[in-house]
Design a protein around this ligand. Structure first.
Ligand code: ATP
Ligand code: MG
Length: 229
């Protein structure tokens, strides 16, 4: 199955436990998201929000139930097709011990140096280019990035990747108010015309989402739009 241009998602009675964990991290989750819809995922710490996003990328597969992308089980897609379908801004952004260029190219192998420089400027990371440009060494043996810079790097990757399904795991967690509002502005761009699941603790701005789901203990305990909840 090839990578789709638009993404709708169906979770059908998903249950999942991590290896050697007796309790379920997800317990009977059903959810439908139409192409282009934006869904906010709320719930207290440990309730399964990140796990839910992980299952959409097939980092893990559920023991029960099925995840469908455009009506087709995720297991029927090749790794390449899935990767092309999904942009993820994870809760813990991974920095590779590699050049700035390679840290971005993993999201978009075809991108030119101009594309990379452009996206670094758009995400407010142009100062990373100051010393050695795109050859700057990041991570171990090189430059470490602050929490906000890491978040911007992940968003730069998502902008370059341009996939129909966008998964955002607390993209503004731990940022100061000014950085947060800059990041939210960038995210508007990332989310435009995409299907989006965003894990968030922010209650402000929820009215912009088509669906809000509230999780507890691996289950969806409330679901609806802003007006309904
Ligand atoms: P937070 O808001 O703190 O990020 P969360 O809602 O994202 O929380 P998850 O990370 O999905 O929560 O975790 C759900 C449950 O699964 C928790 O009980 C957690 O301890 C457990 N868990 C998460 N990752 C693993 C793992 N790799 N192995 C075993 N258990 C895990
Ligand atoms: Mg989490």
């Amino acid at each position: 199955v090839i990578a789709p241009a638009a993404a709708n998602i169906h979770l059908q009675d998903i249950s999942f436990s991590y290896p050697e964990q007796p309790q379920k991290a997800l317990d009977g989750i059903s959810l439908s998201v139409n192409a282009g819809e934006h869904v906010a995922v709320l719930g207290r710490t440990g309730c399964g929000k990140s796990t839910l996003l992980q299952l959409l990328t097939r980092a893990w597969d559920p023991q029960h139930g099925e995840v469908l992308l455009n009506g087709v089980p995720l297991t029927h897609y090749s790794e390449t097709a899935l990767r092309a379908s999904i942009s993820m801004v994870p809760q813990r952004v991974h920095l590779f011990s590699a050049t700035l260029r390679d840290n971005l190219l993993l999201a978009a192998p075809q991108a030119s140096d101009e594309d990379l420089a452009d996206v670094l400027t758009r995400t407010g990371l142009e100062k990373l280019l100051d010393d050695s440009g795109l050859n700057a060494w990041l991570g171990e043996g090189g430059r470490q990035l602050s929490g906000g810079e890491l978040r911007r790097l992940a968003i730069a990757r998502a902008l370059l990747h341009d996939a129909p399904l966008v998964l955002l795991d607390e993209p503004t967690e731990g940022l100061d108010a000014a950085t947060e509002s800059q990041i939210l502005e960038l995210l508007e761009e990332v989310m435009q015309e995409k299907t989006v699941l965003m894990v968030t603790h922010r209650l402000r701005g929820l009215s912009r989402f088509d669906q809000i789901i509230v999780m507890d203990n691996g289950q969806i305990i409330e679901q609806g739009n802003h007006a309904a909840l």
